[in-house]
Design a protein around this ligand. Sequence first.
Ligand code: FES
Length: 121
Amino acid sequence: MYSDKVMDHFTNPRNVGDIKDADGIGEVGNAKCGDIMKMYIKVEDNIIKDIKFKTFGCGAAIATSSIATEMVIGKTIDEALKITNNAVVEALGGLPHEKVHCSVLAEQAIKAAIDDYMAKK
Ligand code: FES
C-alpha cells in the first residue's frame, strides 16, 4: 500500500522536534481526522536554514512532513512557497489516493510558518 520511501520517512522521520528561537511557527490541522502538524523555521538572509516539525497524526502525515522538511531546507522563502503537496507526494513515490489529503497539511504548515515569519519581520 505504501512506497518504501513513505515507510522510511514514517519509521525514521527527519527533522522531528522544535526550534526554541524559531523565526516562524505554523500550525495547521485537518478538521476531519483531527490530525495536527506544527512546523518551526529558522531563516537567515531569506534562506530557510533549519526546519523542524511535530505531527500528531497518521503515518502518511508524518512521512509527508518529514520529506517536506528535507525539501525546504536550504531553499529561499519564494522557493519554499512554491512547494506543493503534489511535489511532496511525488517525492515520496506516491501515496494511496485516500491519503493524498494528508500531504496537504505539509504544504499548509510550511506556508503558515512562512506567513508567521513574514508577519514578525
Ligand atoms: Fe489525518 Fe492523514 S488521516 S492527516
